[in-house]
Design a protein. Structure first.
Length: 143
């Protein structure tokens, strides 16, 4: 690419993407594992787990109970985004562990008054951001 083309590309795409494109040009390729991870999406509540565990600890249960009592009085639906394992791990093992974690959180939400139909579960396996690898993020569905 000539200097003029890089200038046009930078104006269209912005600096962060240009850095990635430059890395590709210099090295010839860049894998997803080498690319910098974005920060995690905001969550109403983040529940962290120990590695390879799906059971909720006492602190997590207390946080979910407090969250549930507040959210039960509001409208809207929740989305549980569950992660397990290193970035970009989409193996069935990682997704199954993520699902077990999401179902543990879902069960606790239901036990504290959130109607099951208001909860959407997503078991995503490994993270795709720079947040904790072993977690469930509770957010608004569609929000």
């Amino acid at each position: 690419m000539t200097g003029r083309h890089w200038k046009d590309l930078r104006a269209c795409l912005g600096a962060p993407l240009l850095v990635v494109l430059f890395a590709i040009r210099v090295s010839g390729h860049i894998s997803a594992a080498e690319a910098p991870l974005n920060p995690p999406e905001p969550a109403l509540l983040r529940i962290e787990f120990s590695e390879n565990e799906s059971a909720l600890g006492q602190t997590a249960r207390e946080n979910i109970e407090a969250f549930s009592s507040d959210f039960a009085r509001k409208s809207g639906r929740l989305e549980l985004r569950a992660y397990a394992g290193p970035p970009h791990d989409t193996s069935s093992t990682a997704r199954r562990l993520a699902l077990r974690r999401a179902l543990s959180v879902r069960r606790e939400l239901i036990d504290h008054g959130i109607v099951a139909e208001r909860i959407q579960v997503r078991a995503l396996g490994g993270t795709s951001d720079s947040g904790p690898q072993d977690r469930v993020d509770i957010g608004l569905f569609g929000g």
